[in-house]
Design a protein around this ligand. Structure first.
Ligand SMILES: CC(C)(COP(=O)(O)OP(=O)(O)OC[C@H]1O[C@@H](n2cnc3c(N)ncnc32)[C@H](O)[C@@H]1OP(=O)(O)O)[C@@H](O)C(=O)NCCC(=O)NCCS
Length: 249
């Protein structure tokens, strides 16, 4: 999947439903017209407003609060409740989940934001992770790869044609990060302990998990391109999900 036009706008009046094995991925721009921004942001809890107020720059505050409003609005459509009534709980490393009393169907979700884009993946039963990055030049890209990626990945990145290195770097970054986010571990799981595919045109997959033979094939990675200047990855264990891409436009 690479085409941005595959993100479809669902009919607003239709209820949103997910069968076991389905994953819906939503994209949303974090620059919204003022009336829409206010509608989204007014659903935030007092704690979320306080968290938003801590951003130093106004545009970061606006982006974060719109992303949180987007998360609430979409979850509310699946649960059939107003966005402001959604309640979250947090795993010990910060991964948000629905409060148990609102989650009898074991909904799973994960959100990512980068620049003025956000991506939200929603499924059932199996934890999932999503990571979105805007493609941008990075001055110290190869040094970052040597520091964070597995040595073999950094070596392969150096061999990618310079014109494709930014794409390759962010393919690798989003795929590794999506796996971390599916596990809910953040950087507590060392990034150099697993290898992913990342060369442009190569299907996304986990190549190897150090010390865990046979485990790599339990992961399903799906590369996404919600807008032309962004790449993203959805990571989930077990079977490849039935994926539907939707636009919150
Ligand atoms: C959350 C984390 C896992 C990812 O952060 P990030 O890539 O900066 O941010 P993203 O936008 O993709 O994800 C943030 C969202 O993930 C969710 N999240 C928070 N903690 C999480 C966790 N432990 N696991 C999964 N999801 C988490 C939240 O919804 C959060 O949104 P919020 O900030 O609006 O509350 C972060 O803890 C982290 O470890 N970042 C490391 C980034 C890095 O240096 N990567 C190296 C290159 S591969």
């Amino acid at each position: 999947m690479t085409a941005q036009e595959r993100f479809e706008v669902p009919v607003a009046s239709e209820p949103l439903a997910l069968a076991v094995g389905d994953v819906h991925v939503w994209r949303c721009r974090l620059q919204q017209p003022e009336d829409r921004r206010q509608t989204l942001v007014q659903a935030l809890s007092p704690e979320e407003r306080q968290r938003g107020d801590k951003f130093h720059f106004e545009h970061h505050r606006r982006q974060w609060t719109i992303a949180r409003g987007f998360l609430r609005a979409v979850l509310g459509r699946y649960l059939g409740i107003p966005a402001e009534e959604i309640r979250f709980r947090y795993h010990h490393l910060g991964k948000p989940a629905l409060a148990d009393e609102q989650n009898p169907c074991n909904w799973q979700f994960n959100l990512s934001h980068s620049a003025d884009g956000a991506l939200l993946a929603i499924g059932r039963d199996t934890p999932l992770g999503v990571d979105l990055e805007q493609l941008r030049p990075m001055e110290n890209m190869l040094a970052l790869a040597r520091r964070y990626f597995a040595a073999e990945e950094a070596r392969q990145l150096e061999q990618v044609a310079p014109a494709q290195q930014i794409l390759a770097f962010f393919n690798c970054w989003t795929r590794k990060e999506a796996i971390l986010k599916a596990c809910g571990k953040g950087l507590s799981l060392p990034l150099d302990r697993f290898l992913v595919s990342f060369r442009p045109g190569e299907p996304a997959r986990v190549v190897e998990l150090a010390g865990q033979p046979g485990e790599a094939k339990r992961w399903s990675l799906t590369a996404l391109q919600p807008w032309p200047d962004f790449v993203a990855c959805l990571a989930r264990q077990e079977t490849t999900p039935n994926l539907v891409c939707l636009a919150f436009d």
